[in-house]
Design a protein around this ligand. Sequence first.
Ligand code: G3P
Ligand code: CA
Length: 292
Amino acid sequence: MYARAVAAITAALLGVAALLLPGSDARAGDVVGEHVLVIGHRGASAYAPENTLASIDRAARLGVTWVENDVQRTKDGELVVIHDDSLKRTTDVEQVFPHRAPWKVKDFTAAEIARLDAGSWFGERYAGARVPTLRQYMRRVEHNHQKLLLEIKNPELYPGIERQTLKLLANEGWLDRQHVAGRLIVQSFSADSLKIVHDLKPAVTTAFLGTPRMSDLPSYASFTDGINPSYNSISTGYVSAVHAFTGPHGRPLTVFTWTVNDAPTARRAARYGVDGIITNKADVVRAALQAP
Ligand code: G3P
Ligand code: CA
C-alpha cells in the first residue's frame, strides 16, 4: 500500500515535470517549494486588471510563467478573454452603451467591445486597457514566453467554442508538439466541453474544474489529465485519490487548486500534496512555499 502511494506520488511529480520540462523550455519561475506549480489566476489579477494584456505582462515581471485566463465569444463570433458573461463589472460598458443592459458578452460585437475601457475600474494607471481577443492574448503569452491554463468559460452559451478555440490555437502555432507537450492546458467546469476538446485533439492536456466524487474519478480519467478543485473542497485523502488514477496520456492525474491568495492556505494546500496552486498573488504563494 505504502509502495503504491509512493509510486503514485512519484509518477504524479513526473507528470508535472513533463509539463514543466518540454525540451529546455522550463524556467526558474516554474517550480517552487516542493515542486508545486504557481499559476497566475487571470494573470496577476491582484496587481493589474484581470485577463488584460497588462495583467499577463505584470505576471511576467513577477517571474510567473504559467497564467490562467477565461475565453468567451462575441456576438459576431470573435473569441475574447474575459471572466464574467457580462461586461459590466470589468469595463465601462454601462457608460458607453447605457441602453444595452444586461451587457452580456454574447450580445456585443468585437468592434463594440474593443471600444471599452477594461482597466479604469481597477485603477487609473490602467485606463485604456482593453478586453483582449484570444488572438491578441496568445501572441502576448508567446511574446512573454509564458504558458497557458486556458479556461473555456460558459461553453453552454457558445456552441462550437471548443472547435473554434482549437482552430485559433492551431493557427497561432499552439498545437504543435512543443506547445502541447508543455505549454498548454485546457480546463473547464464543463465535463462535456472537455470531452469535446479531448475528442477533437487528443494530444491536448485537459483539466476538469471542480471536485468530482471519488467514485466518479475513473470516468473523468478517461478524458481529462487533471482535476482542479477549489482549495476549500480538498484534503490529503482526496488529492491522493486523484493521483492514484492515470489519465489519457498515461500519467497520474494532477491537482491544481484555486484560488489561494494567502501564505497559510498555500502551505496547507502544498501539504495536501497538490501539484499546482492557482492564485491572484503569485508572489505571496511563491514566498510561502519557499519559506522553510
Ligand atoms: O482556474 C480556476 C478558476 O479560474 C476557476 O474559477 O470563476 O475564477 O474562473 P473562476
Ligand atoms: Ca477561470
